[in-house]
Write a protein that binds this ligand. Sequence first.
Ligand code: E4P
Length: 214
Amino acid sequence: MKFFIDTADIKDIREAAAMGLADGVTTNPSLVAKTGRKFRDVLVEICDIVKGPVSAEVTAVKHDEMMKEAREYAALRKNIVVKIPLIPEGLKAVRTCKEEGIKTNVTLCFTATQALLAAKAGASYISPFVGRLDDISTDGMQVVEEILEIYNNYGFETEVLVASVRHPIHVQQAARLGAHIATCPLSVLIQLSKHPLTDSGLAKFLSDWEKVPK
Ligand code: E4P
């Protein structure tokens, strides 16, 4: 399973990369806005740190304008993946990107049938937003399970990138289902490493070590 880090914060990306937990990076306009920096500057800096796929989201909603942004981003660095919203114009852009050899991550996916359309259009990645579904009392992980079943039925090569991950259980469930990737904020990656018995066990080992003659 691959882990992407879901942020545009350079410090967090460096931290995840140092732990070997940044196989790729996902950004979105809200995450970029938090940095207060120009998007292209942030994007290039991220690509200098992480050599895996780095998602850059278009902000246009019409095919031709989306393609203008997609070509600009793709020309910046070879590991940039263009993130495109799951709307009809977006599906057209995914298809054109596929024809031009530009990789795509189709975002804002909330149903298995949306994911089916993205795969048909030629998406490299599909991003079901599990946390936002859970927020409205819908089982986000059920959608991931359905997408994986459908993709397996037909041999689609689109990778399932579980997004809007809020806590370690989302990651555990995604891994058990065989999702290809989970994209997580640094806080979730840290939470995944935590256990109270690890902390108390380490404290005991360190205090006992003080008693050892040196
Ligand atoms: C990932 O590609 C998405 O941008 C992100 O996971 C959304 O997460 P949120 O629902 O916590 O904003």
